[in-house]
Design a binder for this molecule. Structure first.
Ligand SMILES: [Zn+2]
Length: 251
């Protein structure tokens, strides 16, 4: 096993979901590969951070009052109706706790995606080389990505913003392989991740994560995540203009 063949298994490895053959091969590789070790560490770190900040919600006051009043009534009413009310109360408590557990565990998808992208960004700007295929030519990059991930990214030109395309590589976001396009401007690195939107179109968001600015948006062609550190207001303009230019036309 090498880094390329190991990387798709890292999440499942952390979850303990691999069959023993693959797990052994991966452990063998991890023993000798500090890059994959740190990737596993980052996956774990990311999950524990995420668990730590997952939102918790209290049940609304009215709902709590209603459940309490049902349980109270069941205590004062006798015999058959008491049993019936006890059942209703039990069901209400069950539904209430299900709602609370669901709300507490439902992930904010774009928040999670932003964090993953920021981690991948930081990891990739510290790695050498930061691209698998160094090319500024989409006629070279498109067929290469088609072969690798079954999807060719749209040509995105950022020269108006001072960024030159340095090349591309395959990254993992939300456990799926995605296209990562690397752009450079002096010491600034900007990465655009994209993948087809069919399964889960993303909503627009913009946030700061560990010193990175992360934009998420989608149009009919792609879901996009853009990560950069320069905090250049022009990038926000680009995201807006890019949404408009390629927004699906409705008749
Ligand atoms: Zn490795």
């Amino acid at each position: 096993m090498n880094c390329d063949s190991a990387s798709p298994y890292l999440d499942a490895f952390v979850d303990g979901e691999l069959d023993s053959g693959v797990e052994c091969a991966l452990e063998e590789h991890l023993r000798n590969c500090s890059a994959c070790q740190s990737a596993v560490w980052e996956i774990r770190e990311f999950r524990s951070q995420f668990q730590g900040i997952a939102p918790r919600f209290k049940a609304p006051l009215q709902l709590r009052a209603r459940v309490l009043s049902i349980t109270h009534r069941s205590r004062v009413k006798p015999s058959f109706s008491m049993v019936r009310h006890a059942w209703i109360a039990a069901a209400a408590v069950l539904i209430l706790s299900t709602i609370v557990v669901f709300l507490a565990s439902a992930p904010d998808h774009s928040n999670e995606l932003s964090k993953e992208a920021a981690i991948d960004y930081s990891r990739s700007i510290s790695a050498q080389p930061i691209v698998e295929l160094a090319s500024a030519d989409f006629s070279v990059l498109k067929p290469w990505f088609s072969k690798k991930v079954g999807f060719a990214p749209p040509a995105i030109d950022l020269r108006d913003y001072g960024y030159e395309l340095a090349g591309g590589r395959v990254a993992l976001l939300g456990k799926r392989p995605v296209v990562a396009l690397m752009y450079k401007r002096a010491n600034d690195v900007l990465i655009i991740y994209c993948w087809p939107p069919q399964q889960e179109p993303v909503g627009y968001s913009q946030r700061s994560v560990s010193g990175c600015r992360v934009y998420i948006w989608a149009n009919s062609q792609c879901n996009y995540v853009l990560v950069e550190r320069s905090d250049d207001p022009k990038i926000s303009q680009f995201v807006d203009s890019f949404q408009d230019q390629t927004a699906p036309v409705s008749y």
